[in-house]
Design a protein around this ligand. Sequence first.
Ligand code: ADP
Ligand code: MG
Length: 932
Amino acid sequence: MATAFGSNYRNGAPRSSPRVVDSSGRPLSVNHNPKSSLKSKPSGIRKSSPASLGGGSAGAAKDDGGVPGRVRVAVRLRPRNAEELVEDADFGDCVELQPELKRLKLRKNNWDTDTYEFDEVFTDSASQKRVYEVVAKPVIESVLEGYNGTVMAYGQTGTGKTYTLGNLGEEDTAARGIMVRAMEDILADVSPESDSICVSYLQLYMETLQDLLDPSNNNISIVEDPKTGDVSVLGAISVEIRDQQSFLELLRLGEAHRFAANTKLNTESSRSHAILMAHVRRSIKDSVLSSVNGSNSHVSKALKPPIVRKGKLVVVDLAGSERIDKSGSEGHTLEEAKSINLSLSALGKCINALAENNSHVPVRDSKLTRLLRDSFGGTARTSLLITIGPSPRHRGETASTIMFGQRAMKVENMLKLKEEFDYKSLSRRLEIQLDKLIAENERQQKAFKDEIERISVEAQKRISEVETKYEDALEAERLKYQKDYMESIKKLEEQLVTNQQKLSNGKINTAANDTSSHINSREPAALASALEEVANLKKLLGREASLKKAAEEEINNLKSQLSQSKLLEASANSEILKLQKMLEDESRQKEKIEGDLAALQSQLLQLSFDADETRRNLDRGGGVNGPSGLESLISQAKNQQVNDPGNGEKASMAKLFEQVGLHKILSLLEAEDADIRIHAVKVVANLAAEDESLVLGHSPMWCTEANQQKIVEAGGLKSLLILLRSSDDETVHRVAAGAIANLAMNETNQELIMVQGGIRLLSMTAANAKDPQTLRMIAGAIANLCGNDKLQTKLRGEGGIKALVGMVRCGHPDVLAQVARGIANFAKCESKASVQGMKKGRSLLIEDGALSWIVQNANNEATPIRRHIELALCHLAQHEANARDMIGGGALWELVRISRDCSRQDIRTLACQTISSSPTFQAELRRLRIEY
Ligand code: ADP
Ligand code: MG
C-alpha cells in the first residue's frame, strides 16, 4: 500500500473513491454512538480478528468475543504556536481540514493536494473533551465491559501527543487529557466494594522497560501466558486506585520520574514511549447474572462461582515519529539510533503486515509490539490518534505521519491498482481460466464417450436379441415342417405299400381267372378308396404349399426386421461420428487457448527480460542511449495517464531520463506526432514537479531543484513557452502550463519566464483556454510570478494581472483559489515595497480592476480562496494610498467583518491592526459613528 493509503486526488481528479471500512467490509465511523455499538456486542462477534497484533492462537485462546476490530484512527491538528505565528505569517498551512467530511488535504505544492479520509478529523480548535469522547470513550466503555483497550498517540515531537493524552488540567480544567478523563469515567462506573483498579506506569527507551513509579527498576520483563495470550509486565509496581486524587498523584510522580530519568541519562523524552496500564476487575452483580442466565433460585446462585470481568486499558504516548538522524549529528551512535527507533518501526511493520493481511506479523521484533500483543486490534478495541502540526516546514514528517495513520486504517485501494497492471496476475488469471476450460472439456469428453458406449452396447444387445429370437423361431418352424413333411412322407409310403399290396392281390385274381365273382365285385371299391387317397394327398400337398409360402413370408419379414435393425445401427454410428467431430472441435479450441496462453507467457517473459535488461543497464551505469530507453520513458509517461506511479516508478523514470538525455526529450516537444509531443511535455512536467518528500528513501538526486535546473539549462523552459504559442492542442497547453508553473516556483526561473515573454504567452493561452484545469495551471504559474517583488511592474505591464482576473470567468474553485493566491502574493509584495518606501501611489491591483472581485470573494465559502483574499485585503489596507478606493469598493466592511468573525485568531488580529493604523479608515469609521 504505497502512496495511496487513502483517497488521493491529484490534479483535481479523484483517483479512487475513499472508503472507510472495517475488516468485514462494513462502513465504520468513530463518531457513532459508542453505547449503541457496544450493545450489539455479545453473540455474533468473531473471536479473533485478523487485525490483531496477537493474531491466531493468542487471540483465539481468549474465549470471550472481541469487539469489532479495526483500529480507529483520528487525526488532530495542533494550533499554531508562537513561533509558527511569526514565521509562517503567510498562513500557508501544509494541511487543510474538512472536519465535516472527515477529510484532510495535504498540500503537495501551491496547486496540488492529496486528500485522506480518517474516522475523525479534529481541527486546531477541537476541545479536549470532544477528543476524549470520540477517541477514548468507546475504548473505556469496552474496558469496563471486560475487554482490552488501547489508546495511542502517534506524531512528530511537539504536535500534542502528551497534551492530548497526559495533560493533568491543573491550570485549566478544560485541558484535562485522556488519561485523567478515562480514570474519572472508570471510577464513576465501578463499585468500590467489589471492584478494583490497578495501575502501572512504564517507560520504554532503547528497548529497556523502566518502571516510572520506581525508576530504579529498569529491568521489567514482558510475559505472555501461552494459554490465554494475556501479556503482563513482571516486576512493575501496580498501584490500586481508589479515587481520582490518588491517580493524579501517580501521574505526577510518573511524569517527574520520567523527566528526572531522561535528564540523568541525557536522553530526550521525545524518544521514549510512556505506557500507562490500568487493570479493571469487576464483579458481575447477581441481578445482571440472573437476567443473563434466566434463573434466580438460591440453590443455583450458591453453586455458581462469582463472575469477575477483567479489562485492561493501555494508553501509549509514543515516541516522536520523526526520523532519527543516523549520521550521529544528534549525538547518537548508529547502534543507538537503531535501538531508539526499533519499537516504533516494529509497530509500523506490524501495522503494515496487518494492513496487507500478511500471515506473518512480526510481533516479536520489539518490546512495544510484544507489550501491545493482547491490546492492539483484534480482541481489543483500539484507537489511534495521529497528531500533526500546521507548519509547511515539517511537511515531510506530517506526510509520513498521515501515511502511518492511513495504513492503520487498512484502506484497500492500492491493491486494485496493482491488479490492473500486474501482468503476472493476468497470466495467472488466464491460466486458471484455461484450467477450468480443460477440466470442463475433459468432463464433456468423458460424458460423450460414455454415451457412445452406452448407445452402441444397447444397439448390439438389441441386434443380438433380435437375431437369436429369429434364429430360434426359424429353427422351430424348420423342425415343425420337417416333422410334418416326414409324417406325410411316412403316410404316403404306407399308402403306397397298401396300394401295391392291393394291386398285387388284384393281379393274382385276374391271372388265376377263376377267382370267385365276389372278388371282382370288390375292385371298384378299392379304386374309389385309392382315388380318395389321391385326393387327400393333393389336399395335403396344397396345404404343404401354402405352409411353405407362409414360412417364406415369415422369413422375408424377419429379413426386413434384420435390415431395419442394421439401419438403426448405422444411425447410431453416425451419431457417434457426430459426437467425435464435436470432440475434435473442442480440442482444437483448447489448443487455440493454449496457444494464446503461450503467447501471453512469452510476452510476460519478454517483459521481464526487458525489465532485467534495463535494470542491468542501469546497474552498469547506463549507456543505452538508444531508442529503447526513450520508448520506455515515453511509455512510462503514457502509463501515467492511468496510473499515478509510486515512488519506485518515479525514481526509475528519473533514471531513464538520465539515460535518454534531456535534449532528446526536449527535441520530442517538437515531434510531429501529437501523442508523442504530449507525452514528452508530460515527462518534462513530471520531472519539474517531482517532489523530494515523495522520493524519500530513494536516491536523493532526483529532487525538484536539480531537475528544474537541468531542464532550464537544456532550454526546456523555452521549448515549453514555444509550445504555448505553436500548439493548438489544449492538452499540450495544460501540461506545458503545469510544467511552467512548477518551474516558476524558483526565483531565477521566474525571471527567465518573464524575459522570454512568458506572461504574454500565458495570458494568450488563458484567453483561449476552456478546460478549468488548464486555467488552474496558468493561474498557478502567474500566481507564482506574482510572488516575486522584482517583477511586479513588468508583470503588470504585460497584462499579467488582467489575465489573472480574467480567469475568474471560469468560476471553478480550483482556478479561483489560484487567482486569489496570485492576488495575495502580489498584494504582499506591494505592501512590502510600500513599507520600504519604494512604492508610491495606489495598488496596481486596484488600477487593473481586481478590487471588486476581491471584495465579492472575501467571504467565499471555499477556505483556500477566502484565506488568500483575507490576506490580500490586509496587505492592501497596509498602504494608505489604497484606503480611499477600498472604502469606495466596500473593502473596509469586509476588513471589519474579518477582524470580528474570521475563525483564525491571527488573521483577526492582523485585520484589527491594519484598520486601527489607517487614519483614513479611522476617519471613515468615526464619520459613520462606528466604535472601533
Ligand atoms: P508531543 O508530546 O507530541 O511532543 P506536546 O504535547 O508536548 O507534544 O505539545 C507541544 C506543545 O504544544 C506543548 O506546549 C503543548 O501544550 C502545546 N499543545 C499541543 N497541542 C495543543 C492543543 N491542542 N492546544 C493547545 N496547546 C497544545
Ligand atoms: Mg510528548
